[in-house]
Design a protein. Structure first.
Length: 148
């Protein structure tokens, strides 16, 4: 996702960075750790979307910042989300999944053309990778996540 996410916990508001999003919840980077079970309000805009999504969520897990990670990472489960906003997320994920699937097939067959590869990586939101090997690894990781 790689988009700003506003998070409100009680009266404190902070801004994090969305990593992944699905119809059930999302993960994000945040400066502060938040206890598991905490109820938060999130506000974010999906890539290439105009409508701001607001959701109530429960913190399901939090990994603190450490020597190899400057920020805490947390996962939240959506508790309250409007039906039309859930539909926006579902459409976003479905479209992304399709692009990743097409990339996965193209890379697995080793019969790709650079222009088509650039087009699909841009559509999938994959703009940063060093080489084809790293791109393949990112695609495989994402495909594993899509399958659950």
């Amino acid at each position: 996702m790689n988009k700003p996410v506003q998070l409100k916990l009680k009266k404190k508001t902070s801004t994090g960075r969305g990593i992944e999003v699905g119809v059930g919840g999302m993960s994000l980077w945040l400066d502060d750790e938040i206890d598991r079970g905490a109820m938060v309000t999130l506000g974010f805009i999906l890539p290439r979307a105009a409508k701001r999504i607001t959701a109530m969520a429960e913190v399901m897990w939090c990994k603190p910042a450490g020597p190899n990670r400057r920020k805490a990472r947390l996962g939240v489960k959506f508790i309250a989300l409007q039906r039309d906003e859930r539909a926006l997320i579902r459409a976003f994920v479905t479209k992304r999944t399709r692009h990743y699937r097409d990339l996965h097939i193209m890379l697995a067959m080793n019969e790709w053309k650079m222009e088509k590869l650039k087009e699909l990586t841009k559509a999938a939101g994959l703009t940063s990778y060093r080489d084809i090997k790293e791109l393949k690894a990112k695609i495989q990781k994402a495909m594993a996540g899509f399958r659950g």
